[in-house]
Design a protein around this ligand. Structure first.
Ligand SMILES: C[S@@+](CC[C@H](N)C(=O)[O-])C[C@H]1O[C@@H](n2cnc3c(N)ncnc32)[C@H](O)[C@@H]1O
Length: 361
């Protein structure tokens, strides 16, 4: 499969190793804004975000059908995004218990880490004891509380007032409220609300693909880092089982409508106003000013939705039909969560050669 042959593996130290495919120099160079997505005829959204210095990159046609990619999400108002997440904060139905009770929060956490166990590996909660953590898009605070429980001092931010309210309540329920400072703020204008100070870790899980201009959020995040600060970012992965399911299931193969379809069906509640997806090779461009240390994909949701909404875990027939190692292989190659760990470079440091090299892959 072509998509696998060209996959890049990022390792500690920023080195980029191509897995199996031909050496970078022999591969055809794709033009900015017209990289292939792995799905026929669809240009990547991520080629347009995160241009150097936050400058948007040009819009270009898809590689095969030459269809202009519409400017779908960067014109969406931030109020629409806030309204969507206020109407149903992320994971709020992870427990049927009373919202705000200890049992409720315990069940939310148990379900989240049962369904998304890779979060524990990614966040490395114990590592941040005694450190300063800035969490962008904390939602109802599952990871926030775990950073605090492990001894980190946390500043947690979300656009959704309702989410922050619940997360704040959660910190009180678990007695860590003195360790966490909450703010309702837009990541794209963070410095208007959150005092600019350096953090050891900036953590953002499943957030920046929902903001209309992720490159602006990254430029803001950069201000909260110093040379050596860590950035841990999870964004949605375009070359994924989930995108394929949306495209073939809901979309009946309408590749030209992919952006809209993915946004519509990416979350538990339909109609998310903004959902970008990324290829690994688009990430270095998004993360200007950072050196990528590690990048991997994981997570295919394996359960039947009707049972899942009733807190029962029944695997879909396609997942049941395949041996566990095959499913795991699929998760590691076509998972929905693209997890990136990067290190902030000194503001006046050398250009990010890792990023330049990675774009060739
Ligand atoms: C999918 S949820 C993830 C929440 C949390 N990180 C978690 O893993 O449970 C996305 C969150 O991003 C927040 N969000 C979206 N755009 C944002 C922005 N521009 N600034 C801050 N938060 C934002 C939403 O309000 C929502 O709570």
């Amino acid at each position: 499969m072509n998509s696998i042959r060209h996959r890049a593996k990022y390792t500690e130290g920023g080195a980029v190793q191509a897995r199996r495919g031909p050496p970078a120099a022999k591969r055809p160079r794709t033009d900015v804004g017209a990289e292939q997505t792995g799905w026929p005829g669809v240009a990547t959204r991520d080629t347009r975000v995160g241009g150097v210095g936050g400058r948007p990159l040009p819009i270009a046609g898809g590689p095969w059908f030459n269809v202009p990619v519409p400017k779908t999400f960067d014109q969406v108002g931030i109020a629409a995004v806030a309204e969507y997440w206020n109407a149903r904060p992320c994971n709020i139905r992870h427990s049927p218990k009373d919202v705000g009770s200890r049992e409720y929060f315990d069940e939310v956490e148990a379900r989240k880490y049962f369904v998304e166990p890779h979060i524990l590996r990614f966040a490395e909660f114990p590592r941040w004891r005694g450190k300063r953590v800035l969490e962008i898009g904390c939602g109802i605070g599952t990871d926030t509380i775990n950073f605090a429980r492990h001894g980190a001092r946390v500043t947690a931010v979300d656009l959704s007032e309702r989410s922050v309210e619940i997360a704040r309540q959660r910190a009180q329920v678990f007695g860590v409220e003195r360790q966490v400072t909450f703010h309702v703020a837009n990541a794209e204008e963070l410095s208007q609300i959150v005092p600019v100070e350096p953090y050891d870790l900036v953590y953002s899980f499943g957030v920046l693909h929902h903001t209309p201009n992720p490159d602006r959020a990254i430029a803001q995040i950069r201000r909260y880092t110093t040379a050596g600060s860590t950035l841990k970012l999870m964004v949605y992965h375009r070359r994924s089982w989930k995108v394929m399911e949306i495209l073939l299931g809901y979309g009946k193969g309408r590749v030209w409508d992919l952006e809209r379809l993915v946004a519509r069906y990416s979350e538990a509640q339909t109609g998310c106003p903004v959902t970008y997806t990324y290829l690994t090779r688009g990430i270095p461009r998004l993360l200007a000013g950072f050196r990528i240390r590690e990048m991997w994909v994981d997570h295919i949701f394996p359960y039947r939705v009707p049972e899942y909404t009733r807190y029962r875990y029944v695997r879909t027939w396609s997942v049941r039909a395949m041996p566990a190692p095959v499913f795991r292989w699929l998760e590691r190659h076509f998972g929905w969560h693209l997890c990136v760990t990067a290190e902030a470079l000194a503001p006046s440091g050398p250009p990010n050669h890792t990023a330049v090299k990675a774009q060739l892959l």
